[in-house]
Design a binder for this molecule. Structure first.
Ligand code: COA
Length: 196
């Protein structure tokens, strides 16, 4: 496989912000997110990782082109919605490393990059001293007519990486879906893993 995996932190990730913003917009436009990204907001969001010295972006590069990325960051410095969900469940956000997104352009899938994203993010979390990692994923109705035929959910992939689904640990994020004129709330549930 010619895909190179590289973990970048701080100012080193700033040159990648335009590519990362385009990548997130492209991948999250697909089912199940259907996200209609605002380029300026995307750039601002990706750049916030550079401001957090404990955040990391794992890049997948093919011939120098960024084709995928995954993020890891202490939960303490991520979305307030995430922290609120954990606090409400009686969990301490300070104990968790949060994996914000994992996006790979479709032609590069199925070659082990997603597995390497988890390995690199868990290594980063352990290096920061975390014994717990988590991420969240949108919940969709199984009968949603927008679901593409043959779509394979990632649940089994995540279980095989050792993550446990926590269906009652949820948070709401608002975003505009393609074709909509305003943002709507979307429910996401968490997946957790002990790194000990
Ligand atoms: C999530 C995502 C990054 C996974 O990427 P991926 O590179 O296709 O995943 P992988 O190829 O690593 O793993 C898929 C399967 O192929 C296997 N595989 C294929 N070739 C492999 C190789 N060379 N080395 C290791 N595993 C390989 C993996 O083991 C895995 O199977 P398993 O679960 O039975 O072990 C990708 O599906 C994606 O971008 N999805 C859309 C965005 C999204 O929903 N992200 C998650 C929420 S943020």
């Amino acid at each position: 496989m010619s895909i190179a995996i590289e973990t970048v932190t701080g100012a080193a990730l700033l040159p990648h912000v335009p590519a990362l913003s385009r990548l997130r917009a492209e991948v999250f436009a697909e089912w199940p997110y259907l996200y209609d990204a605002d380029p300026a907001e995307e750039a601002k969001y990706m750049a916030h990782y550079a401001d957090d010295p404990r955040a990391a972006i794992v890049l997948a590069k093919d011939g120098g082109e960024v084709v995928g990325a995954a993020s890891a960051q202490p939960m303490a410095s991520t979305h307030p919605e995430v922290r609120a969900a954990f606090l409400e469940a009686g969990l301490d956000p300070g104990e968790w490393c949060y994996f914000g997104e994992s996006v790979l352009r479709a032609p590069w899938r199925g070659q082990g990059v997603g597995v390497r994203f988890f390995e690199a993010r868990e290594a980063h979390a352990r290096a920061l001293g975390f014994a717990k990692a988590c991420f969240c994923a949108v919940i969709r109705n199984a009968n949603d007519p927008r679901k593409p035929a043959g779509y394979a959910p990632l649940d089994a992939f995540w279980r095989r990486r050792g993550y446990l689904h926590q269906p009652t640990l949820t948070c709401l994020f608002r975003w505009r879906e393609h074709g909509d004129s305003f943002e709507t709330p979307h429910l996401l549930s968490f997946w957790t893993k002990s790194l000990a």
